[in-house]
Design a protein around this ligand. Structure first.
Ligand code: FAD
Length: 456
């Protein structure tokens, strides 16, 4: 059996796209590596709460579950194309061995794989107690776990606010939010900021209620401790993020986030064209119908550019309609949906302009600061590679091994590109996620793929 549509990713984009197609009668499979639908924003373990849109998302997820094959806990590591044009989606059940692999066929593919955190290295960032902001948020939302007791939140962008207020609301003592950029932020784009004014006021009130100081032009530039974080150095920064002055803050946890990196590996694997987003990050290039440059492949949500859950959901709905039209039933896209996408994209671009990553962070590093934590590559080795003539991130990787480990450069890739002095390049990985050799050695014959048992 061949599905009409395979959707990879069960966040707001993937669920909206899959449901739109399933409601129109298409046979749809959705795969997500998580144990429940929701993606990064709606990953709540608990009942509907105050998160905007959560009730609606849960209704969509229930409707999808009844109409499509939802394969949770399935990490997609490759998608290939057969000579007859069908796409073959390879996945493994998360954390399991080669027995739990799954292969399915589909005529069309929707890539809705979201984004991951973008951390920057600093001395001590490899100590237990240093987390990404998204990681701290995921622990809290997904598992109800508060990352620490005395927490410092640092980085850039408005995402630091829900992280800090969430942690403070859950009982942690948040000692400060340190925003590396200046005070104006999104206020430089008043029309766009207007739509978010209520949300921003809510965060400001929550920070005030919990007595959490919010300081701009400040960042954590080092973490200290014998076995785990005991304190951090917070620096006052100039506009380029060079350090002007420092002070030490005692804490047990640091949550750091410098924006997000769209996950586009499955698209680049298939040869989809990319473009550079406003901040230079490669994203999948799509047309007005969310169609990529590869026939039969659509993309929605953060792989096409980061702009928040509502933009992701809107793009998912537009992509779903385009897929239904491609299957033979014309589906006009309502103007309201197109306008919402335009507003969402403008907001996403304004965010990137308002909260850039400035080059001064490279001056926070010491020779022994690990740039790549998986392969334990210190800055000195990256510099040696550059001195040997490596002028791009790929050559540095070949000479010094940053990005060769388990995370395949997801954590250090951005930093290595900056240190190489080049913009990040689109990832080219024949295997998008780590899999065992057993999985690779024992692939099934694609021509014998039969019905896939639904996971529910
Ligand atoms: C760690 C993190 C935490 C965030 N928390 C918040 C928050 O609290 N508030 C907020 O406003 N915004 C948050 N964001 C931003 C948020 O990602 C978006 O606003 C929104 O969730 C994007 O929706 P999406 O559908 O595009 O992607 P996502 O919601 O990220 O959904 C993508 C889904 O694809 C799945 N996936 C990815 N690759 C594969 C693969 N190879 N195989 C199988 N499944 C795969 C993922 O498991 C995920 O469920 C967070 C982002 C990150 C990275």
């Amino acid at each position: 059996m061949t599905y009409d549509l395979a959707v990879i990713g069960g966040g707001p984009a993937g669920v909206a796209g899959a449901l739109t197609a399933a409601l129109a009668g298409l046979r749809v499979a959705l795969l997500d590596s998580s144990v429940r639908l929701g993606g990064q924003y709606f990953r709540h373990a608990a009942e509907p709460g105050p998160a905007p849109g959560l009730d609606r998302f849960l209704r969509q997820a229930r409707a999808l579950d009844a109409r499509a094959d939802v394969l949770l806990g399935h990490q997609v590591w490759s998608v290939t194309r057969e000579p007859d044009g069908d796409l073959v989606v390879y996945s493994v059940a998360r954390g399991a061995g080669s027995q739990d692999r799954q292969v399915l066929k589909a005529r069309r593919l929707l890539i809705a794989t979201g984004a991951h955190d973008r951390p920057l290295p600093f001395p001590g960032w490899d100590l237990p107690g240093v987390l990404t902001a998204g990681g701290a948020q995921a622990l809290l939302k997904g598992d109800g776990v508060v990352a620490g007791r005395r927490i410092v939140v640092s980085g850039t962008g408005p995402f630091l606010l829900p992280v800090a207020t969430g942690l403070a609301g859950a009982g942690a003592r948040v000692l400060g939010v340190f925003e590396a950029n200046g005070g104006l932020g999104l206020a430089r784009y008043p029309l766009l900021a207007l739509g978010k004014a209520g949300e921003a006021a809510g965060y400001a009130a929550s920070l005030a209620r919990h007595r959490v100081p919010y300081r701009t032009r400040r960042a954590v530039v080092a973490a200290h401790g014998e076995r785990e974080v005991e304190a951090v150095t917070v620096a006052r920064l100039d506009q380029a993020w060079n350090v002007l002055a420092t002070r030490v803050v005692e804490c047990d946890t640091v949550a750091v986030g410098y924006g997000f990196v769209p996950q586009i590996e499955l698209g680049t694997q298939l040869g989809c064209a990319t473009r550079d987003d406003v901040d230079g990050t490669p994203v999948l290039d799509v047309d007005a119908a969310q169609r990529t440059s590869v026939p039969g492949v659509w993309a929605a949500g953060e792989p096409t550019g980061v702009g928040g859950w509502l933009l992701s959901e809107t793009e998912g709905r537009i992509a779903g309609r385009a897929v239904v039209a491609d299957a033979g039933t014309p589906q006009p896209v309502p103007g309201a949906l197109l306008r919402r996408r335009e507003r969402g994209r403008a907001f996403g671009e304004a965010l990137q302009r308002a909260y850039p990553v400035m080059p001064g962070w490279q001056g926070w590093l010491r020779d022994d600061t690990l740039v790549c934590r998986c392969e334990e590559v210190p800055l000195a080795r990256v510099r040696e590679a550059r001195d040997l003539g490596a002028t791009d991130a790929r050559s540095i990787k070949l000479l010094a091994r940053p990005g060769m480990g388990w995370c395949q450069g997801r954590i250090c890739g951005y930093a290595v590109s900056c240190l190489a002095g080049e913009p990040p390049r689109p990832p080219r990985r024949p295997i998008a996620q780590p899999v065992t050799l057993g999985t690779l050695a024992d692939l099934p014959d694609v021509s014998e793929i039969s019905d896939v048992p639904p996971a529910h």
